[in-house]
Design a protein around this ligand. Structure first.
Ligand SMILES: [Zn+2]
Length: 900
């Protein structure tokens, strides 16, 4: 036979694209449109019902960035359409880009009841097939922040976004869906995409090709509607061939990954969730086998408050088994930076919400998109009653691919949790032929496991799962050449996967994401705010509980519950990591300040209730003796002591270039750098020979993409050491506290560091204030240590991990920037030095050969970055600013602490 395969494939593609797909709507009549642009922020539907509307012409522009326009549309269904599938169809000016990054709308009936969302690939709203139609469309003009990749954009902040309309209303019609043509479209799409994934050596590929060719042969392209039935008949045999017995099984769960804030502010997520959930519950009513999984209790709480009718529909879908609350966390938080207690609270608050609201006990952690996963998570998850863990993000690794898709993940304490990475490598699947074939080819457990999970549906307000996806799933249930698609609950997948693969391989330790390493440092205010809040929450609970027990003072349960939830929300995986637009970070900065003030007032009130105005309280779990104000005080663990000075230790002696308290001696040179840090108890010098400590290093920092998220390995090759000091001044001369301040300037930025030694302490504190006006730079503080360490220990939640200081393998080389919580410790047998910080997470550790043998270890703290996307940081000369994202901040660096 002559081989005309390519020609036939092209014929099918053109017929589908130009004739069959456009014929899905048999007839359409325009709706009459009126508009009410909301002056300012979004309003409830009651306001829109009462508002005054003016006529609006389809084709006209609407929607300055972040604005809302309510469209009121009227129409009459033509009598000839009675009994047919009539829909209102809206095109708000959608483009071909990612559906979550465009305009969206929620459609209400004439009396204000929410019906369904409208999104770029989900544009219809079902209406009755006869009579009058009147709808209200709440359209949000959300800008596409990443439309130009990672170029800076003014759109991320109301103050700079401008007021030029972003969209044109392109369509507002009543239309009849021709179901036969629509089904024909889906038949051809499913078979055609499957065909293209099969090898040309397989008979099945050619069988599909000829079936499709016959279907186009019998189709009159000028009368698709009239001939669709005939064409479908030609495809029925190819569509009814059952899958191979060894076909991979895809457990498909409807899903919509909605970032709780990212390229839009928190207030928009409330609406994104509402629109998506309205669409999902509408879809559930149409497809009884549809199952949808949604995480993030916070989003449910928002919808409950703002769209109670949609929430009632969710509750009904949960009841009927079509909606599955998953994840058991308050939000899908970052999984590196939140403290141990905070991760526990994410689960406690999330699980409690789902249990209280729906009687549902979540059993699977659901974190498809967070930027790496702490080695403490298996233990935390299991202690929270979780059996399973799901993520997908590590498929984004730049260098190494994890060898498993289904495995037991072992944490620092030895706890294991059954874990799955969907090999389809997306959490917003569409059931395209390409995706399905990739999932099968990529699945690493073939021969031992037979199934993987597919979260399908557009995310971020893109409309969630669609009816087209459900139709595809029906055709893919048992189809020769394809994996079998079963729509089911994640727990059904996990139960079956665990049963067939109980001896799955083990991965021990952290799931480090070889990408997005700058999220440990970007938007330093987020990091500092989170850390301070986590500490204050603990202190507030400690002293409030103490006051309640000792004095009967009412415990501020509601306030602490509310404040915890605010802090948990801000640990979302684009807020705390610093990867959101300016609006989000400016708002979060103000929120952190408010939460800190409230928590401090709870602490103060509790302590005052304990009747102890002149008492020192120690929230640490160990006894302390240290300088407090102008006294030296000893306090027991978790206790209080009167502010009566204890026996003072040796005084601090201060010279213009040195601080010495008898325990530790710091020497500073004329550049203000440390030339010696000596532990006087052991006589040991902490600094590596011939080096200087506390050296600030400024690097060029322009990653290949993902500016706020990424720091690329090449950043290390351009560096300026900030050695010149403008001034070195003694600011405290002892005897309890000695302080020397070093001031520097570079570019248009300034840095002031106060080096502090306190009586009785083996610690050197460095309080760093940076007035930061750089662009695409990172500032690091380097401490070369005379410690022969193969690895450094970094504090994580409830423990620590070791990370090698060498780069023998690609896995180690890829960890050129890592995170820690409060401390990083470089140790050798018998001696070690720790760097302790109160507000930073990112750092790197490397090694050098030491003259005379051994190695030295350099630990560098990442202090501050200056990416321009998606948030444009302020540059020199910019004046009018709401809240500069780069104003001065203090980074106290406590260093070193010797350990034995
Ligand atoms: Zn996300």
């Amino acid at each position: 036979m002559h081989d005309n395969r390519r020609i036939v494939e092209e014929r099918i593609a053109r017929a589908l694209r130009e004739r069959i797909q456009p014929a899905r709507y048999a007839a359409a009549v325009p709706l009459r449109v009126e508009a009410w642009p909301v002056p300012g922020e979004p309003v409830p539907v009651a306001d829109a019902l009462a508002a005054g509307y003016t006529p609006f012409t389809v084709g006209d522009a609407w929607g300055p960035p972040w604005s809302t326009t309510w469209f009121r549309v009227h129409g009459t269904v033509p009598p000839a359409w009675a009994g047919r599938r009539v829909e209102a169809v809206f095109d708000l000016g959608f483009g071909p880009g990612w559906p979550g990054n465009q305009a969206e709308a929620l459609v209400y009936d004439h009396s204000g009841h929410p019906l369904k969302g409208v999104a770029p690939r989900n544009q219809y709203v079902p209406v009755p097939s006869e009579g009058e139609v009147q709808l209200l469309v709440e359209a949000a003009a959300n800008p596409d922040i990443l439309a130009n990749g990672f170029l800076p954009t003014p759109l991320g902040d109301l103050a700079t976004a401008g007021d030029a309309p972003l969209y044109r209303l392109l369509r507002a019609d009543l239309a009849v869906l021709d179901e036969e043509v629509w089904h024909l479209t889906l038949d051809i799409e499913v078979l055609g995409e499957l065909m293209l994934e099969l090898s040309t050596g397989e008979p099945r590929r050619h069988e599909i090709l000829r079936a499709l060719e016959r279907a186009i042969d019998v189709l009159d392209l000028r009368d698709v509607a009239g001939t669709a039935v005939r064409a479908r008949k030609e495809l029925s045999d190819a569509l009814s061939r059952p899958a191979h017995r060894s076909a991979h099984i895809l457990s498909a769960t409807g899903h919509s990954h909605i970032d709780s804030a990212w390229l839009w502010p928190l207030r928009e997520t409330i609406r994104k969730s509402s629109r998506t959930f309205a669409s999902v519950t509408a879809l559930a009513a149409e497809y009884p086998e549809f199952v949808f999984a949604a995480s993030q209790a916070q989003q449910y709480a928002w919808v409950k408050e703002h769209q109670p009718e949609v929430y009632a529909r969710i509750a009904a879908a949960v009841e009927s088994g079509q909606w599955v609350p998953v994840g058991g966390m308050w939000v899908e938080s970052d999984a590196n930076l939140p403290g141990g207690e905070a991760l526990a609270r994410q689960l406690v608050h999330g699980k409690r919400f789902f249990l209280d609201e729906f009687g549902v006990e979540c059993e699977e952690v659901w974190l498809p998109d967070s930027f790496g996963y702490t080695a403490a998570f298996p233990q935390i998850a299991r202690l929270a009653g979780m059996r399973w863990f799901l993520t997908q993000k590590l498929s984004w690794n730049q260098t190494n691919q994890l060898p498993h898709h289904t495995f037991w993940w072992e944490g620092i304490d030895g706890t294991r949790v059954f874990t799955h990475f969907p090999p389809i490598d997306t959490y917003v699947a569409e059931f395209s032929g390409k995706e399905l074939a990739h999932a099968v080819a990529n699945y690493a457990e073939k021969g031992r496991g037979t199934r993987s999970l597919v979260p399908f549906g557009y995310g971020d307000g893109g409309g969630g799962p669609t009816r087209e996806m459900m139709e595809r799933a029906r055709r893919l249930r048992d189809l020769e050449g394809s994996p079998k698609v079963v729509v089911e609950r994640p727990s059904d997948f996990f139960r079956a996967a665990e049963a067939e693969y109980p001896d799955a391989p083990v991965w021990s330790g952290e799931l480090y994401l070889e990408l997005h390493r700058a999220t440990y440092t970007t938007q330093a205010h987020m990091k500092a705010g989170n850390r301070r809040c986590e500490h204050l929450l603990r202190e507030a609970e400690l002293w409030a509980a103490t006051a309640t027990v000792h004095t009967g003072r009412p415990y501020p349960y509601d306030d602490l519950d509310r404040l915890w939830k605010i802090v948990l929300l801000h640990q979302f995986h684009d807020i705390l990591p610093g990867s959101s637009i300016a609006w989000v970070h400016h708002e979060a900065e103000r929120t952190y300040a408010r939460v800190i003030a409230e928590l401090e007032s709870i602490v103060d009130g509790s302590i005052a209730a304990l009747g102890a105005t002149a008492t020192v309280f120690n929230a640490a779990p160990h006894a302390r003796a240290e300088v407090v104000g102008d006294a030296f005080v000893a306090v027991p663990a978790l206790g209080a002591a009167p502010l009566t000075p204890a026996e003072p230790p040796a005084p601090v002696t201060v010279t213009p270039r040195g601080l010495d308290n008898g325990l530790v001696r710091v020497e500073i040179d004329d550049d203000g750098l440390f030339t010696s840090v000596r532990d006087l108890a052991t006589g040991r010098e902490a600094l590596a020979p011939g080096t200087r400590g506390n050296l600030l290093q400024l690097h060029a920092d322009l990653p290949n993409k993902w500016d706020a998220w990424d720091i690329d390995e090449h950043y290390r090759r351009q560096r300026v050491d900030l050695t010149a000091a403008d001034a070195i001044t003694v600011v405290s001369a002892g005897p309890l506290v000695g302080e020397i301040r070093v001031e520097r300037s570079f570019g248009s930025s300034r840095v002031s560091q106060t080096i502090q030694v306190r009586a009785g302490s083996r610690r050197v504190d460095v309080l760093t204030e940076v007035d930061w006006h750089e662009t695409e730079k990172i500032l690091k503080a380097a401490f070369p240590l005379d410690v022969h360490a193969d690895r450094v220990a970094s504090e994580i939640q409830f423990g620590h991990v070791y990370r090698p200081t060498h780069t023998n393998t690609g896995w180690e080389a890829a960890r050129f920037e890592v995170w820690a919580h409060r401390w990083v410790h470089a140790g050798e047998p018998g001696y070690g030095v720790a760097l302790v910080t109160d507000s930073t997470y990112g750092h790197d550790a490397s090694r050098n050969t030491r003259e005379g043998g051994g190695t030295t270890t350099t630990v560098r703290l990442s202090l501050v970055r200056a990416p321009r996307s998606p948030t444009r940081t302020r540059t020199r000369g910019t004046t009018a600013s709401r809240t500069p994202s780069c104003r001065a901040r203090r980074w106290p660096t406590r260093w070193p602490r010797a350990t034995r």
